[in-house]
Design a protein. Sequence first.
Length: 125
Amino acid sequence: MLYVEDDDDTRDQYGEFLSSIVGVLITAKNGAEGVEAYHKRQPDIIITDIMMPVMDGLEMLKHVRTSNTTIPVIVLSAFETSDSLNQSNDFGFLRYEMKALSRTKLKVTLLKCANSLLERGAPLP
């Protein structure tokens, strides 16, 4: 799984939790690093922030979607703006969640991603 978040503390907190659930966790600090990590490692699921320096999460998704239109994506944001929601829909995200997401809700969302992979017949790691 690829987790892209520019805030070090948030990335550390969510990263520790996520790695305990998914095993192999790839992290990136911005969308540009996220695109590079995606192409190098080919993760099964992406979790990304929207507002980041260098390249935002939506621009990163544009790049990812050119080679993979079906990878499950969870978009996290501190802002619930209609523009972000509308743009996210254009990139086929699975879920849009507000930050400060509870561990339980994040687990449920990840299970939905895993189920979508299984429904497509994708092998899980």
